[in-house]
Every structure is written in C-alpha cells, then in structure tokens.
Design a protein around this ligand. Structure first.
Ligand SMILES: Cc1cc2nc3c(=O)[nH]c(=O)nc-3n(C[C@H](O)[C@H](O)[C@H](O)COP(=O)(O)OP(=O)(O)OC[C@H]3O[C@@H](n4cnc5c(N)ncnc54)[C@H](O)[C@@H]3O)c2cc1C
Length: 453
C-alpha cells in the first residue's frame, strides 16, 4: 500500500467498492477491502438475478476499482469472532479508519403459524442457492412442488418468480452452477403466485422488471381485474407516480389478455395477506385473508379467507442488517447508527468509524444509489483525515500476518483472479461464459496457489 492513511472497508459489495473508489482518488489514502467470502462484489454476484446479464456486467466497472494501485482485496476475512474472524480492536490496530459495508443479509419474517414448515423458505435462501452462494446448501431445493407462492410485491419477488418460470434452457446463458440448472430442469412447478397484501398502486416493482414477466415464452401471466380496482388514495398515487401508472397499465393489459396455453402460469394477486401456512409434514397451502383498500393508502381485513394450494413458499418481504460484534447496532431499524456516515457510539461520533450502503440506510434503492451514499460517507472521512489518530501497526501486511499466525490464508486479488479463471474455464468447456463454483472448499482450492499467509 502506498498512501499514508490506511483504511479498511469491510464488505466488497457495491457500497464498499464505491467507497474504495472515492477513497482511492486521494493519493494520501490506501484501502484494503475485506470480505468474509473468497469472492468480491456482494449482492451483485450473489443477489442480482443471473439472467440479468446487463446488470451483472457492472462487475467490469467494480473490478477496475479493485485493480487500482492503493486498493487491495482481502477475501475470506470476516469481521466477527472465531478463528477466521477479525475483531474491531484488531482492525483498529492496523488501520486508521474502518468503513462498514456489510449489507443487509437477513430476510424479515412473516410471523404467521406454519412459517417454519419444510417447503417454506426465505427468498434469500432461494436466491443464494441459485446464485451459487457458498453458504447455501447444494441440495437446499428440489422443486418437486407443483405450485409456489411468493409473498411480496417487489423486484426480488419478481426475480424469484421469473427464475421459477423460466426453462433451464433459457437459463443456460447464465453463470448458474450445474446443480441448480439440473434442479430447475426437473422442476414440476406449473403455477407461481406472487402475493401482495396491498393493492397494485402500492406494489414496489419497477416497470421494466414487471413487464419482463409478460415476455416470457414459458409462462402466461394471470391477473384478476377485480384486484386492480383502485380507491381514491390509489388513484392519486397513479396520477402522480409514473412507475405506478405504467405498472397499472401493464397489469390492466394482462388482465384482459387471453392465455397462450404456456406450460407455466404466473398469477399476480393483490389484497391478500398471508395469515397461516397450512400443512402437516410440509407446506400444503398458504391461507390468506382478503383485504380491501381503506381509502387512505392502507388496507383492512375483510375476514374472508382465500387458500392458495402450494407446496413451496418463498417469503420476500424485506431485508434487515445483522449486528457486527463490537459495532453499534440499531435493533429497531436494523442498521448501524450514524450521522451522514459517521458511526455513532452511545450518541457520540466514534473516531475513525464510518458506514456505507444497506447497513447504513437499510435495504432500499438500486445499486447506483450506493454511489452517492458512499460519496457522502467518504466526504466525512476525508474531512476527518488530519485529526484521525494513526494506527500503531503500519506495515501493509500486518493484518495478513495476524491471520497467518492463526493458520488463516487470505484470498488476495490474485486468488480471486484464479477463481475467476477457473469459473470461466468450467464454462468454456461446455460453451458457457462462466459456471460459478458454489462450494467454499472448491473456491479455496481454486485460489490456493495464491493464498497469502
Ligand atoms: C435478491 C436481490 C436482487 C437485487 N437485484 C438488483 C438489481 O437487479 N439491480 C439493482 O440495482 N439492485 C439490485 N439489488 C440491490 C443491490 O444488490 C444492493 O443495492 C447492493 O448490493 C447493496 O450493496 P451493499 O454493498 O450495501 O451490500 P452487499 O451487496 O450485500 O455487500 C455486502 C458485503 O459484505 C460482506 N460481509 C457481510 N458481513 C461481513 C462481515 N462480518 N465481515 C466481512 N464481510 C462481510 C458480504 O459478504 C458482502 O460481500 C438486489 C438486491 C437483492 C437482495
């Protein structure tokens, strides 16, 4: 590292890398980007839908940040306890400032009876599995279900419904691991219900994502016109919000479109609040209460029950951050408390601690939102630069040496490049661009020749 101020960014997702980008514009600063995984890019690699190739190509831009002089990637290092973990105190020994960029990795729960029956999963579990996340069990999903209910009306719900609706052949262009494609190929699913408790004007889809459902060759989209009727508050939203207006037009068009007899059907259902998951040994149905719009943007229950037969339930009702050991955490909002990116400890600004991304502002916005967010935080850090106390251990490899003493090898940039090359080679052998390696041990073997420590 060349600079005289040493910064550790914890998390190599979009927000951490945008922070590294801003920091690396200053000669006086050198940055280590640490991640608990051997691979960089956070949810760009392990969340963004594999069939969204254009969005995935943002990796090319983020890669350039990690290739800059003065920026290093150190993978396989977790801020936390345990042998492979590094504590905040250890970080502060080696770095003048720390930027937390660990994202929001836990799904919110529905908190209804039956939620933990076999066959009920969080959207994150399904997304992690199809994205080849090393934490996901290879055999987590079998897809022997005939019907699936996806609870939630945002883009993640649309992503998981689309992946369930597509054929394995459609997904051959992606980097999905073979075990995932094999399960999707054998999938018995014919009906997928996307269920929201409020009306179409309150749904959070973006127009492009929603429209994509209607363009699938493998699935019809089914919408009940009765569920598109608006109250006064919804009409106002439709008038003032372009995205909502476009979405409503799309839904109205689908509600009057004939079915094309495709193999699968995606049903978009509104004003249904899941109240129980039914089943004895596994999910057999999702029981919902029908809601009505209350005229002021909310809904009220009618008491009428609607039961959707389904053997698979995927819950996509939002994310929250997880507390990091030794780092303040606001349990209510699920983020690290801060003022403009400066971490707050017991109501006071902590020296040399900053936060960016979803763990700063919660799980909102698109990837680009993290750029302005990171800029705000880095501006605070740069303003503090002169007054930051310098860390006692200043040799560049202090952290690597510390982990090596515990027998922990860090995956360096060269290690990631070796993984990248191995994945591309796996793909090239069968005419695909890349096949992801999902298994952590296999990732480490691929990186092994270049492990530091
Ligand atoms: C399923 C899904 C699909 C999405 N699709 C899109 C899309 O198509 N387009 C779009 O614009 N946005 C999309 N988003 C939103 C986008 O992914 C986020 O805006 C963005 O990833 C947030 O960046 P982040 O850096 O804050 O968090 P993350 O991307 O989650 O990165 C956090 C990083 O921190 C690491 N980490 C966590 N804990 C520790 C620890 N203790 N020690 C060390 N490292 C740690 C993680 O391994 C991870 O690499 C999607 C989100 C989800 C959930």
């Amino acid at each position: 590292m060349s600079g005289s101020v040493r910064v550790a960014v914890i998390g190599s997702g979009p927000s951490g890398l945008y922070a590294a980008d801003e920091l690396s514009k200053h000669d006086a600063v050198s940055v280590d980007v640490l991640d608990r995984l051997p691979c960089p890019y956070g949810l760009l690699r392990y969340g963004v839908a594999p069939d969204h190739l254009k969005m995935k190509s943002l990796e090319i831009t983020l890669r350039k940040i990690l290739e800059r002089p003065g920026v290093r990637f150190l993978g396989g290092v977790e801020l936390g306890s345990g042998v492979t973990g590094i504590t905040v105190d250890e970080l502060r020994e080696c770095y003048d400032a720390v930027v937390y960029a660990t994202g929001s990795s836990v799904d919110r729960r529905l908190s209804i009876p039956g939620e933990d029956l076999p066959g009920s999963f969080s959207a994150t579990e399904f997304v992690s599995w199809y994205c080849g996340h090393p934490d996901a069990r290879v055999d987590a999903f079998t897809l022997d279900a005939r019907s699936a209910v996806v609870v939630g009306v945002g883009n993640v719900a649309v992503d998981v419904a689309r992946i369930l609706a597509k054929t394995a052949q459609d997904l051959h262009v992606t980097d999905m691991p073979d075990h995932v494609l094999n399960v999707l190929e054998a999938s018995a699913i014919s009906d997928i219900y996307i269920v929201g408790r409020r009306g179409p004007a309150q749904a959070k889809f973006t127009s492009k994502e929603l429209r994509e459902l209607g363009e699938l060759a493998s699935a019809d989209v089914v919408v009940d016109p009765a569920e598109l009727v608006l109250d006064e508050a919804s009409k106002e939203v439709v008038e003032t919000n372009k995205t909502v207006r476009r979405n409503l037009e799309t839904l109205q068009e689908w509600s009057s479109r004939p079915l094309f007899g495709r193999d699968r059907r995606i049903h978009l259902r509104f004003l249904l609040a899941p109240v129980a998951v039914l089943g004895t040994d596994r999910v057999e149905a999702v029981q919902c209460e029908r809601n009505v719009l209350d005229g002021s943007g909310g809904v009220t229950g009618t008491g009428e029950k609607v039961t959707l037969a389904a053997q698979l339930l995927l819950r996509s009702v939002g994310y929250r951050g997880v507390p990091l050991p030794g780092v303040p955490f606001d349990e209510r909002s699920g983020v690290i408390p801060h003022v403009s990116g400066r971490v707050q400890r017991e109501g006071r600004t902590a020296t040399g601690e900053y936060v960016v991304g979803w763990i700063k502002r919660g799980p909102t916005g698109v990837i680009g939102t993290n750029k302005g967010d990171a800029k705000e935080t880095v501006e605070q850090l740069l303003a503090d630069l002169e007054t930051l106390p310098r860390a006692p251990r200043r040799e560049p490899d202090a952290i690597i040496d510390k982990l090596a003493q515990r027998g922990v090898g860090v995956v360096t940039w060269a290690g990631w490049e070796a993984i990248d090359a191995a994945e591309r080679a796996l793909g090239a052998a069968v005419g695909r661009t890349r096949i992801k390696i999902a298994d952590r041990a296999a990732l480490l073997i691929a990186a092994a020749k270049t492990l530091a420590g």
